[in-house]
Write a protein that binds this ligand. Sequence first.
Ligand code: SAM
Length: 283
Amino acid sequence: MPQQDALYTLSTSKNIGKVILVGAGPGVPDLLTVKAMRLIQQADVIVYDRLVSDEIVAMFPPHSHLIFVGKEAGNHCVPQQQINSLLVEHALAGKQVIRLKGGDPFIFGRGGEELEALLPFNIPFEVVPGITAASGCAAYAGIPLTHRDHAQSVQFITGHLKQGQDQIDWPSLARSNHTLVFYMGLNQSHVIRHKLSAYGMSLATPIAIIERGTSSQQRVHTSDLAHLESLAKDAKSPALIVIGSVTTLTHSLNWFQAKQEAETQSYPKFYQYQAHQPTRKIS
Ligand SMILES: C[S@@+](CC[C@H](N)C(=O)[O-])C[C@H]1O[C@@H](n2cnc3c(N)ncnc32)[C@H](O)[C@@H]1O
């Protein structure tokens, strides 16, 4: 990979390409935006993460140069600095570079940092938003994140917490009538339970963990705050922790699971699934 000085020299070239930061959504290809899909098909280079699903990777065009920079929790395959340099290097070589990230690139995705790295080289860029995990997974789990009878606000919080050193406003999170969605929270479930209950949230508060949301392996586990750790222990990554009374609605609104069960089961079950559907009003 060229050194920083060599990259600066290249940046004076007239033939600079472009970086397009694209959100791939929570996994299922149907939830890619039309714009994301169009730009992926035109890409010279695609730099993509672990959270970009295999089904989406299978749709990458054969002419594109693919670079996987996926990271497992705690095991950074490619350091962030190196990812930034890759984007710079390929854009300066005149390529149209798609930087594809799971969910939305500006929500816990370091998208801002990667764009800032382009600024010193005057590399043009665009951003294509994606459906963030909270929104996509909650929809597929039948959990409306706000609901007039349950929650008047929703907060997305990173679960990358260092006990005693985080900057989270726990007293405000512990108040009632709103929904909390923790990204990357499975390993910190004990801290989350401890802090929220210490600041007054009832241990009977309903919770859900949505694992591998929107995929055919999606599972929605429900319980209460007191049992957050044991629920998290059984959950597979990637997973979201949702806290608040809206999570109880999954028991009646979990349309995706019902649909999947109907599709894999026999005719009488399919008939049952149809019966779940709201009656269509014909005016
Ligand atoms: C580094 S963050 C990236 C978030 C992403 N930028 C977004 O907007 O969804 C990764 C975390 O997102 C959550 N996540 C992403 N996709 C998910 C999915 N399909 N099901 C459940 N959680 C998911 C998990 O909490 C995971 O640890």
